[in-house]
Design a protein around this ligand. Structure first.
Ligand SMILES: *[C@@H]1O[C@H](CO)[C@@H](O)[C@H](O)[C@H]1NC(C)=O
Ligand SMILES: *[C@@H]1O[C@H](CO)[C@@H](O)[C@H](O)[C@H]1NC(C)=O
Ligand SMILES: *[C@@H]1O[C@H](CO)[C@@H](O)[C@H](O)[C@H]1NC(C)=O
Ligand SMILES: *[C@@H]1O[C@H](CO)[C@@H](O)[C@H](O)[C@H]1NC(C)=O
Ligand SMILES: *[C@@H]1O[C@H](CO)[C@@H](O)[C@H](O)[C@H]1NC(C)=O
Length: 198
């Protein structure tokens, strides 16, 4: 009995270490770095996809918002792998960069459309990759959340790359403003999402 329990325990421990579940899109296909996706709310009638707009007082860089209109799918995005040896599909809990795949938005503020966190808000002008200094503010993960997914922000210590231990991860949620706009922000109630191929 003891041996059985022990081998069960070992099995589950190994299983957890080895197993990484691929993230699936709304067609039940694995989410891949080469493709573009819309990030949409998991439940209908809950606003639209993700868009870019200037922040307060028309300031740069562009911030990430959820479209108020439920009919709007927003701007397509790409998920970039940070760990180049991590395979061909995006897995749950894997470190990624997130980028709007819409070149015309780059010129508005002359910065990248890679997401980063600044003052708790999801904004742009982040740096791709994870092995250079100062890229820690652009490290996100996709987590399975109930029957859908959620994004987490998982920074590292200043000047440290993705190989360093994760500091406290925070879920990305919606920060509503008085004017009705919906900023994406960290440490908010979870924004449950799905990925639809663009
Ligand atoms: C609404 O308010 C937010 C937060 O103050 C601001 O960032 C955003 O630019 C405003 N949007 C509009 C359309 O005025
Ligand atoms: C926007 O303008 C108001 C009024 O001038 C100012 O109080 C506020 O700090 C500004 N916000 C930003 C983010 O610059
Ligand atoms: C990068 O991916 C490889 C292959 O999955 C893995 O063995 C390694 O631990 C990962 N590195 C980090 C820092 O997560
Ligand atoms: C855009 O930014 C780069 C450096 O990041 C700079 O060299 C270039 O002059 C800028 N272009 C414009 C139009 O501001
Ligand atoms: C990263 O930061 C450390 C400490 O600030 C510095 O010594 C190192 O040269 C930097 N590396 C790169 C590639 O900029």
């Amino acid at each position: 009995m003891k041996i059985l329990l022990l081998s069960c325990f070992l099995y589950f421990t190994l299983f957890q270490i080895i197993k990484s579940e691929p993230v699936l899109d709304t067609s039940n296909e694995q989410v891949r770095p080469g493709y573009t996706y819309y990030i949409l709310p998991a439940s209908a009638g809950n606003g639209g996809g993700l868009t870019l707009a200037k922040g307060e007082n028309g300031s740069c860089p562009l911030d990430v918002f959820q479209a108020r209109n439920s009919q709007s799918v927003g701007i397509p995005l790409k998920f970039l792998m940070v760990n180049s040896s991590a395979g061909l599909v995006i897995d749950e809990n894997e470190d990624i960069n997130i980028k709007f795949a819409a070149r015309r938005y780059v010129s508005i503020c002359n910065v990248s459309t890679v997401w980063k966190i600044e003052d708790g808000i999801v904004t742009t002008g982040g740096i791709k990759g994870g092995s250079e200094n100062g890229t820690s503010t652009s490290l996100f993960t996709i987590q399975k959340y109930e029957d859908a997914y959620a994004l987490q922000y998982c920074p590292r210590a200043t000047g440290c790359s993705f190989i360093c231990p994760r500091l406290l991860c925070g879920y990305i949620g919606i920060l509503p403003a008085e004017n009705g706009s919906r900023h994406l922000a960290v440490n908010r109630p979870v924004f449950k999402i799905v990925f639809r191929k663009a």
